[in-house]
Design a protein around this ligand. Structure first.
Ligand code: ADP
Length: 446
């Protein structure tokens, strides 16, 4: 069934990205919005916009019943959740299932399974993916945790079963730390996710973050290769690039993630995240059951429109590509231009008095920003995603330097100075990057 009208339940750059995909597919665009976003670009460009004004601005995008009412009021066939907000909310998806409105993403059962890191680890281990040594059940007692840590060796990391956004993780180096670390993690998990279950996993030292882009139709799955995302602050990505692996490794891990997606009858776009240790071994971290901020990197090197592919699967189409038809060309890098102070990563809301983004061959900018845009302080600080493509990594980096120098943003502090320094930094240039990169390169913070 082809969609006639789709409601975007999101804001910012991803709302605009989805709007463009829908337009190209000749699908009408409806969107919800809070008060802060009433004059935003995706709202102005939509065919129909439904205000949901709340005192707490986040609530505009999190009120399940209000979003469903909005979808009904504009007769939307489907809802695209983007990332964040309701994108991984199983209660929302099951309410849509009850209402007969299509969710552009996997089923509520699959979201429930993958949203629980303990369950997801078990499911993916059963499907043959390598997982880090750790507990297969929630742990609440320090004694049990230290027994396990003695077995698998320190350091270990305590993580929330319902975790996301890097919240509520604690590294433990010795048994005495468990009591307070467990308490802290459990209380953070309770307040952030309403679920205090935590588990313990081997802490992978010197790890790199490598993730695979997958698309499934419920029966079979294909992959679009990997992205390297180790440059992070507070476990959140700042720079993403690809490809990163050699062909043999890509094929080996790619086969695995497709089997993993097929094992849970996955429908739609997914990202399988891994840590890769210094020996080159891979450990499954989690599946993100949605479009991801950095899907753009993969679009640039494969030439496939991933957002449209996800929509087609939700329309009921089967995969129209075979694995052999997916090839990789050149190298792409993405810098997240957050409206943040580049020395401490503190959000910097405000009005953009001047706003000029680079353009030209091999450059892509995904942003909802424009001159006069008032960057709110209450949402995520992502202002723009700047991507460059080149035949080689060196070419993509050279183009990124030039693109960053060309960008003019006046009114909010932003991460351009940091990205500019990273593009000249010798370990980055030598591909010698782990998830500790920002911690061990504090001089880049200026
Ligand atoms: P979240 O869902 O909160 O984003 P993830 O499990 O995806 O949590 O982990 C996010 C980041 O936390 C990883 O990219 C990595 O930097 C760090 N991390 C998570 N688990 C481990 C581990 N076992 N060893 C080392 N670092 C880890």
């Amino acid at each position: 069934m082809g969609f006639k009208r789709v409601l975007i339940a999101n804001r910012g750059e991803i709302a605009l990205r989805i709007l463009r995909a829908l337009r190209e597919m000749d699908i009408e665009v409806a969107i919800i919005h809070g008060r802060e976003d009433r004059t935003s670009l995706p709202v102005r460009l939509s065919d129909v916009a439904v205000p949901i004004y709340r005192d707490n601005p986040l609530e505009s995008y999190l009120d399940i019943e209000a979003v469903i009412d909005a979808a009904k009021s504009v007769s939307a066939d489907a809802i695209h959740p983007g990332y964040g907000f309701l994108a991984e909310n199983a209660s929302f998806v099951s309410r849509l299932e009850e209402e007969g409105i299509t969710f552009i993403g996997p089923s509520s059962d699959v979201i429930t399974l993958l949203g629980d890191k303990i369950e997801a680890r078990a499911a993916m281990e059963a499907a043959g993916l390598p997982i880090a040594a750790g507990s297969s059940e929630p742990i609440s007692e320090a004694g049990v945790a230290s027994e396990l840590a003695d077995e698998i060796g320190y350091p270990v990391i305590i993580k929330a079963a319902a975790g996301g956004g890097g919240i509520g993780m604690q590294i433990v180096n010795q048994a005495e730390e468990f009591e307070s670390a467990l308490n802290l993690c459990q209380s953070r998990a309770r307040s952030a996710f309403g679920d205090e279950r935590v588990f313990v996993e081997k802490y992978i030292e010197g790890a790199q973050h490598v993730e695979f882009q997958v698309l499934g139709d419920g029966d079979s799955a294909i992959h679009f290769g990997e992205r390297f995302c180790s440059i992070q602050r507070r476990h959140q990505k700042l720079v993403e690039e690809g490809p990163w692996l050699d062909d043999a490794k890509r094929q080996e891990i790619g086969d695995m993630v497709c089997r993993g997606a097929e094992a849970v009858a996955y429908k739609g776009l997914a990202t399988f995240e891994f840590l890769r240790d210094v020996q080159g071994e891979f450990y499954f971290l989690e599946v993100n059951p949605r479009v991801q901020v950095e899907h753009t990197v993969t679009e640039m090197i494969t030439g496939h429109n991933l957002v449209q592919s996800g929509i087609r699967i939700a329309e009921g189409e089967k995969l129209s590509l075979t694995q052999d038809e997916i090839t990789w060309n050149g190298h792409a890098i993405q810098c997240r231009i957050n409206a943040e102070d580049p020395s401490q990563f503190i959000p910097s809301p405000g009005k953009l008095w001047e706003c000029h983004f680079p353009s030209g061959y091999g450059i892509r900018v995904d942003t909802h920003a424009h001159v006069g845009y008032e960057m709110p302080g209450c949402f995520d600080s992502l202002l723009a995603k700047l991507l460059t493509w080149g035949p080689s990594r060196e070419d993509a980096i050279a183009r990124m330097r030039s693109a960053l120098d060309e960008t003019i943003l006046v009114g909010v502090k932003n991460l351009i100075p940091l990205h500019r320094r990273i593009m000249d930094e010798k370990d980055f240039l030598a591909r010698d990057v782990t998830i500790q990169y920002i911690d061990t390169h504090q001089e880049l913070l200026g």
